[in-house]
Design a protein around this ligand. Sequence first.
Ligand code: FAS
Ligand code: PHB
Length: 391
Amino acid sequence: MRCQVAIIGAGPAGMFLAHLLARAGIDAVVLERRTRDYVEGRVRAGVLEQGTVAVLEALGLDGRLKAEGLVHTGTNLAYDGEIFRIDMAALTGGGAVTVYGQQEVMRDLFDAAEARGLRIVFEAEDVALRDVAGERPCVEYRCGGAAHSLSCDFIAGCDGFHGVGRAAIPPDVLRVFERVYPFGWLGILAELPPVNHELIYANHRNGFALASMRSPTRSRYYVQVGLDERIEDWPDARFWDELALRLGPEAASGLVRGPSFEKSIAPLRSVVAEPMRHGRLFLAGDAAHIVPPTGAKGMNLAVSDVAMLGEALVAHYREGDASGLDGYSARALARVWKAERFSWWFTGLTHRFPDMDPFARRMQVAELAYIRGSVAAQTVLAENYVGLPMG
Ligand code: FAS
Ligand code: PHB
């Protein structure tokens, strides 16, 4: 089998890229090791930057988003029993984010893929990349008990943090930068009205909490937990009590409790792998970088990566212009590092670190109080949160 671009992974990065290439008439095949149901069932991101919304609009995939997405022009910070709102729209000339779960985004991408005849191979096993630095790259894999070989011009490694794409870059070429945080996030979903119509990021001496949502009737909440904690340590009753405490009395006054139907713990880390290109292999999304979810950047970075990569591939095939491909890694990394900085900073501002002494705690509270009173500081937070320019 042959195609122009082989895409490894059918998560947000792979599927956005597949649609961007299909729109330009570029022949791609997506190889995904899981089933569609599995990929669509993963509960992950919740907030879309305006750039991600723009890509969905350009692809004509924003129908459900416009009908069901929740546009947020502000967000809220809570600390020491206080809570204040940051008017992001006023501070960024109309900027906003849209709350629309990654599961919904994936459903829209997969539904349209079927309708548009995109080629996706689910349950592709033992994917192996060959000759990525040569002139004739190809991807070998097994599916349905048979061995397959897919020759191509380029390979897009959109296979997430544990995929094979990054591993195909020689160790003496690859540089990895990492920060592992000494805590995780315990998240729940509950068919209950959210405590607030916008998000609340809370810094409490017990730890971080986040009040989010998926719809006016479905809440998404998180509390920071230790690395040694397990889901069974957190029955719903304990979760609700701790969430209410950390959000503070004013925010928690509207908290509606009830049974959760999903509960999971995710570790937090910052990772960047450089370069994002090696020969004819291009990395995008979590295959190249990971951010702590505090800044709601993970999925959005995947989209901005493939928007740049898609643009470069179209220029290559349409005009024989390789400059976009040659400049992809540097251009994508410039935006990635800014999102890494914001996510790292916001995590440091809102979480309780085990080695935090009273002085460090006072610094957090002083910075939160400063942000509360400073238009300049709030503008910095707002422009990063709604999404920096594509670059
Ligand atoms: P993904 O990991 O989503 O997709 C990669 C795909 O490649 C997967 O479908 C995988 O099955 C496939 N694959 C892997 N290896 C393969 C192989 N060898 N062969 C074929 N296919 C292969 N971001 C936020 O903004 N907010 C959040 O709250 C948030 N929560 C998260 C919680 C968890 C547990 C995780 C893991 C991530 C979370 N993220 C969050 C980040 C998340 O949304 C990612 O940024 C986003 O899914 C990145 O998309 P992709 O780069 O496509 O990678
Ligand atoms: C979510 O709704 O899942 C969510 C929102 C904002 C974040 C992280 C996760 O920063």
